[in-house]
Design a binder for this molecule. Structure first.
Ligand code: CA
Length: 252
C-alpha cells in the first residue's frame, strides 16, 4: 500500500512510487530540479527500475554490470536496476537541455525467499518494524548525515541545520553513482516502510513507530502518516509505502 501527497506548501508533487505485488518490488523516488522537472526524474527512475526488475524476473538477459557474489541475485538485480535508472535520467538530461539539474533520490525493496534487498541513493529511507523494534535500514546520503557519522554534528543539530536538505548522492548527479545495497531478513509479520524525506523531516522515528504500531489497515496507516506530516506543516511532498510480509510468497 502506498500514498503520495503534495503536502501543505508545495504546488506540485515531485515524488513518485510504485508497487508490484507479483514481483515483490516496492520503490519510492523523490525528484528535484526546478519547473517540475523533479517529477520527470522521479518518474523515469521508478519506471526504469520496474522495467528492469520485470525483464530479469525469470532469466538473466545480458547482465550489464559487475555481479557481486556476496549478494543474492535479487539484490544484484535491484542494484543494477537503480544504476540503469541513473543512466536513463542522465540520458534524458542530455537529450533535453531544459532538464539540466534534475535528479532524484530512490529507495527500493525487493523481496524474495525471506530475504529483503534494500537499496537506496539519497535521503529516501527504508525502515522495518518487527514487533516493537523499529529499525532504520538506510543511511541518508546527505551532508548533515555524513557529519553526524563523522561525529561533527549531533542528530539534534543535524535536524535543524541550514544544509539539512543537501543530498550528496542522487540519480542524475555524478556520472558514476554508488548504490548502497543491504540484505536483511523478512519474516512473516514484518512491516517495511519506504518513504521520502517529506515524512522524516516532519516526524521523528519514534513518532513514526508509534503510528505504525496502531492496529489498522495498511491503507489507514499510510493516510495516518501523511496526515501527521501535514499536521506538522507538510513543508514537502510526502510519500509513504508500506509492505507487510504475509508469508514468504506473498506480501502486500
Ligand atoms: Ca522531498
Amino acid at each position: 500500500m502506498g500514498l503520495s501527497d503534495v503536502g501543505m506548501v508545495r504546488s506540485h508533487n515531485e515524488d513518485c512510487f510504485h508497487i508490484d505485488p507479483a514481483l515483490q518490488i516496492f520503490v519510492v523516488a523523490d525528484g528535484m530540479g526546478g519547473h517540475s522537472h523533479g517529477e520527470i526524474a522521479s518518474r523515469i527512475a521508478v519506471e526504469s527500475i520496474l522495467d528492469f526488475v520485470r525483464e530479469t524476473a525469470d532469466h538473466d538477459k545480458t547482465w550489464p554490470f559487475v555481479y557481486d557474489a556476496r549478494l543474492q541475485r535479487h539484490s544484484n538485480r535491484l542494484r543494477a536496476a537503480i544504476r540503469i535508472a541513473h543512466d536513463r535520467v542522465l540520458r534524458a538530461i542530455r537529450q533535453d537541455g531544459n532538464l539540466q539539474g534534475m535528479g532524484t533520490t530512490v529507495v527500493g525493496l525487493l523481496l524474495q525467499g525471506g530475504v529483503a534487498a534494500v537499496a537506496h541513493v539519497g535521503d529516501s529511507r527504508a525502515y522495518r518494524l518487527r514487533g516493537d523494534r523499529f529499525e532504520l535500514l538506510t543511511q541518508d546520503h546527505t551532508w548533515v548525515n555524513e557529519q553526524v557519522v563523522a561525529g561533527h554534528l549531533s542528530e539534534e543539530q543535524a535536524r535543524s541545520h541550514p544544509l539539512k536538505n543537501v543530498v550528496t548522492r542522487a540519480l542524475g548527479g555524478d556520472a558514476d553513482v554508488v548504490v548502497d545495497v543491504r540484505e536483511c531478513e523478512a519474516e512473516e509479520g514484518d512491516l517495511f516502510l519506504l518513504c521520502s524525506d517529506g515524512l522524516t523531516t516532519m516526524l521523528s522515528d519514534a513518532e513514526i513507530r508509534d503510528q505504525l504500531r496502531a492496529v489498522a489497515s495498511l491503507d489507514a496507516l499510510c493516510s495516518g502518516l501523511v496526515r501527521a506530516a501535514n499536521a506538522r506543516g507538510g513543508l514537502d511532498n510526502v510519500t509513504v509505502l508500506l509492505a507487510r510480509v504475509a508469508s514468504e510468497e506473498e506480501t502486500v
